[in-house]
Design a protein around this ligand. Structure first.
Ligand code: AMP
Ligand code: ZN
Ligand code: ZN
Length: 463
């Protein structure tokens, strides 16, 4: 009975959401262009710590996801590639800033390597969307200047840190507008290096320095809004503003000196802190035995025993041993000083590693806020917005659809709240009912008339 009432209540809510969905669907005019912007290394809590008036304006007209759970390892190339593929790093193959192929002995360095050996394991949205007849653009996004499975985005620019945000944005809006004869692009990805660069130099705890750079980032968001308004794209395109990872404070007091545990002659260090990838020259098990007890703030894993939850095992380019430093700790080789005051790459369950997401445009709800989402869910969301069939991916639309106007949705906190609320109400009613029942006069009284029936006087009356 309780269950029936609860289900009835939930179905009622769901059908009102469906009605809202139907209403929005009838007013939509097919897919709208989508602009995806990443501000590298924008830690989720910068939003609470620093005033960001332009960013607030953007999400007050749209949606805000306060924390995105990104993918391990929480570095730039793996996470930017997850955003545009919906895959964990083990599945898209861009596993780290530096990788090594044990067969060919090739070394991958992020930003300097376009070899299909690394890049052809999947394809990003700017390529998948070409198959739907769309034009696409990738402006300095990691992978944008790489020919992947023999194709690139319709428009792309090779990476150059000296090109300003305004110049990058100007190109992107020109490509989105198109010209008289040429259609504009339907999907564009735009990358900017800050606040990551300053986060490394000053550390996220440096409020003055981070305040300055976040003011610049917010000014760039202001530029984005005004440029979209100037070109008439505002209100006609969907915009997602997000990031790849957060940033942790490091310190010279938190160094893990690798060569205290293993001679540098015995291994090759491929990727560096905070997740070091190691190729032992001799017996991996023997090297692992030394590394696993090396430091209380570092965990060593043999490739085959990397925990499932990290989704970082099933790829030929994951090396025999990985070392994961605890938050804020830095792995160095002997003699090295602290390289950066801020760093990322740590365990992706740490809040300091999480970025945020804000979005606005006709397809998004207005003024909606939610606490969390997986970054791999953004890919199916973008495919839905563009009506592009998604490639195989690790994401789901279950929660992401809550961001969309015109989609029936009950997000997890709402369902939990409703169930708890209804159960409390039913419990209260049951208790009240029991209380009233127990207050009734004692049980023998209603039967007193029956006793009277047996009365001798009554029998006499009947006679
Ligand atoms: P990370 O080393 O993980 O902090 O990566 C951030 C840096 O990656 C940026 O400061 C850029 O120097 C570099 N970078 C970002 N995007 C690209 C790109 N598309 N091509 C080459 N290098 C890039
Ligand atoms: Zn980054
Ligand atoms: Zn970085």
């Amino acid at each position: 009975m309780l269950l029936k009432i609860l289900l009835g209540f939930l179905c009622g809510l769901s059908s009102s959401a469906k009605a809202r969905a139907a209403e929005n669907e009838t007013s939509s005019q097919g897919p709208l262009p989508l602009l995806l912007v990443s501000f590298d290394g924008f830690r989720a809590d910068y939003l609470q710590r620093f005033p960001m008036p332009n960013l607030k304006l953007l999400y007050s007209e749209g949606v805000l996801v306060e924390q995105l759970t990104n993918v391990f390892i929480t570095k730039t190339f793996p996470n930017h590639y997850s955003l545009v593929t919906g895959l964990y790093a083990e599945s898209h193959g861009i596993l780290a800033s530096r990788m090594y192929d044990l067969d060919s002995h090739k070394l991958f360095k992020a930003g300097k390597d376009t070899d299909p050996l690394w890049w052809n394991q999947t394809q990003p949205l700017w390529i998948t969307a070409l198959d739907s007849g769309y034009k696409t653009a990738a402006m300095m996004w990691p992978g944008s200047d790489v020919t992947i499975r023999n194709r690139t985005a319709t428009h792309f620019s090779p990476y150059s840190s000296s090109v300003t945000f305004q110049e990058r944005l100007g190109n992107v809006t020109n490509w989105m507008i198109g010209n008289g004869t040429e259609k504009g692009v339907m999907f564009a990805a735009l990358y900017w290096e800050e606040p990551d660069r300053s986060g490394h130099i000053f550390g996220p705890d440096n409020t003055t320095a981070m305040g300055n750079v976040l003011k610049e980032v917010d000014d760039n968001i202001g530029l984005l809004i005004s440029e979209l308004k100037r070109t008439g794209l505002w209100g006609r395109v969907n915009i997602i503003v997000t990031s790849d990872h957060g940033m942790a404070q490091c310190s010279p007091d938190r160094l893990i000196k690798l060569d205290d545990c293993l001679s540098s002659d015995d291994y090759m260090l491929v990727d560096t802190s905070p997740v070091a990838a190691i190729v032992p020259h001799k017996n991996p098990e023997a090297a692992f035995d030394k590394l696993k007890k090396c430091h209380t703030h570092m965990t060593a894993y043999l490739k085959q025993s990397i925990p499932d939850r990290l989704h970082y095992r099933n790829n030929q380019h994951i090396l025999p041993i990985i070392l994961v430093a605890d938050e804020g700790w830095t792995i160095v080789q002997q003699g090295d000083k602290l390289p950066r005051l801020g760093d990322h790459g740590y365990d992706n369950s740490l809040p300091s590693m999480h970025p945020f997401l804000a979005a606005a445009g006709p397809s998004f709800r207005k003024g909606y806020r939610t606490t969390g989402l997986q970054s791999v869910d953004i890919y199916p969301l973008m495919c839905r917005l563009l009506s592009v069939p998604p490639g195989p991916n690790n994401g789901t639309l279950a929660q992401a659809r809550c961001l969309l106007a015109g989609e029936s949705c009950m997000d997890a906190p709402m369902v939990v709240g409703l169930v708890v609320g209804v159960l409390l109400l039913l419990t209260a009613i049951t208790l009240l009912f029991r209380l009233l029942k127990s207050r009734r006069p004692s049980g023998s009284r209603p039967f007193q008339r029956l006793q009277l029936d047996d009365d001798d006087d009554d029998e006499a009356l009947l006679e």
